[in-house]
Design a protein around this ligand. Structure first.
Ligand code: ATP
Ligand code: MG
Ligand code: MG
Length: 380
């Protein structure tokens, strides 16, 4: 079988790596260059998008900000998963909030903004501080502003206008203001749903962000009550979207109550730990779901932490001397802050994981790899 992935970044690469042992041939469509490419080697094929769609047995995506014409072509083939509604919802915070409201899944109090007066009203209705986000096109904390005082309204409004004007596919004046949630921590749930509606769900992941970007995830710490809340949200949202594939949901944990931050209709950075922590990774399960194969085991095999490598030209090779460490390199050109690769480290117990993180922290400077040492101290 051949699977076509929209997007040719690291997520497509890791789906390709997971698909090969399943005898799945994976090709990617690079939306930027408009070329069909090999997701691992970058080899450019002469195939057009239309030909790639015809040749594919199933089509999926590694990101949600897909140009309308491409999405329409893919959906017309009836081979596209997780489906148009899921991709549109994941790519637009207004649609996302409407879905949460329809399914009675809790999120931060918010207001939609289409003109400057609404922003002033939101400050009065929701209080301060606020997080202001463009509804479309944001990722890794881009397209977001923190409003702490009324004096910032003018400047944030003009910066937002510039951001919106800089993108080609962003609807003007589509903005959301959310209460800034004083969360205890951030967690995410990742699960897969197959074409018959069967689901498998991974254990909850605890996530640390630095400047809006995920830096470290850890799996295997959870209490069942919180896991249950996250699974309920997953089941409601996946059912409502008639979802096929892997779906990720990010939450704020406020005193044991989960509020949804956002959803991602795809494999997700906070699920990279599943490559070593479970029997079937999120990449494998996404490939299985879209290819119509039975879903694989998502139970935790070993507690695992994932550390993102941001902007570095290589992973320090000494990390491989620490037991049960794996390196995942994406083969991209280094740029400051860019996701270049990740490191997974597994252990039999949380205590042992803490010891391994302590060892890793000797090779990973705090300024480039925040949270490694602090997490190790917390676990030991
Ligand atoms: P991603 O790369 O995960 O798609 P994104 O650009 O879509 O990122 P969000 O997940 O919405 O952005 O926000 C990034 C981070 O900013 C969150 O993980 C959280 O740390 C913080 N944040 C966002 N919204 C809020 C909020 N309402 N209250 C408090 N913190 C928030
Ligand atoms: Mg997002
Ligand atoms: Mg996010």
């Amino acid at each position: 079988m051949t699977i076509l992935i929209l997007g040719a970044g690291q997520l497509a690469r890791m789906m390709c790596l997971a698909g090969a042992p399943l005898n799945l041939n994976v090709v990617a469509y690079d939306v930027g260059s408009q070329k069909v490419v090999h997701p691992l080697t970058g080899e450019v094929y002469t195939t057009t998008l239309t030909q790639a769609i015809d040749q594919a047995d199933a089509i999926t995506a590694e990101f949600e900000h897909i140009p309308d014409d491409v999405l329409t072509l893919c959906c017309a083939s009836n081979k596209f998963y997780p489906g148009k509604a899921a991709i549109k919802t994941g790519g637009d915070r207004a649609l996302e909030k409407a879905l949460l409201s329809k399914t009675s899944v809790k999120c931060a109090p918010y207001q939609l903004i289409t003109e400057k007066a609404h922003l002033e009203q939101a400050v009065i209705a929701l209080g301060k501080p606020l997080v202001i986000k463009t509804c479309q096109a944001g990722y890794d904390g881009k397209g977001q502003w923190r409003l702490k005082s009324d004096e910032q309204i003018e400047q944030i409004w003009s910066e937002m206008a510039d951001f919106i004007a800089s993108g080609t596919d962003i609807a003007p004046h589509s903005i959301i203001a959310e209460q800034m949630i004083p969360f205890d921590r951030e967690v995410s749930i990742i699960g897969a749903r197959d074409k018959s509606g069967n689901t498998v769900i991974y254990p909850l992941t605890e996530n640390q962000h630095t400047n809006g970007v995920l830096t470290l995830s850890i799996a295997g710490k959870e209490k069942t009550t919180i896991q249950q809340q996250a699974e309920d949200a997953f089941n409601k949202l996946a059912t409502e979207l008639d979802y096929v594939g892997v779906l990720a949901i990010e939450f704020f944990d406020v005193d044991g109550q989960l509020l949804v931050n956002e959803i991602a209709p795809r494999v997700h950075n906070s699920g990279h730990w599943t490559q070593q922590g479970t029997h079937s990774s999120q990449f494998e399960n996404h490939m299985r779901a879209v290819a119509g194969l039975p879903l694989g085991n998502t139970q935790l095999q070993r507690v695992t932490a994932m550390i993102n490598v941001l902007g570095q030209a290589a992973i320090p090779t000494q990390v491989l001397s620490v037991p049960d460490v794996t390196s995942h390199w994406y083969g991209k050109t280094a740029k400051p802050g860019r996701k270049m690769g990740h490191i997974n480290v597994s252990a039999a117990t949380l205590h042992e994981l803490g010891e391994r993180l302590a060892e890793l922290s000797e090779h990973l400077p705090e300024e480039d790899y925040p949270g490694v040492l602090a997490t190790s101290t917390a676990l030991i």
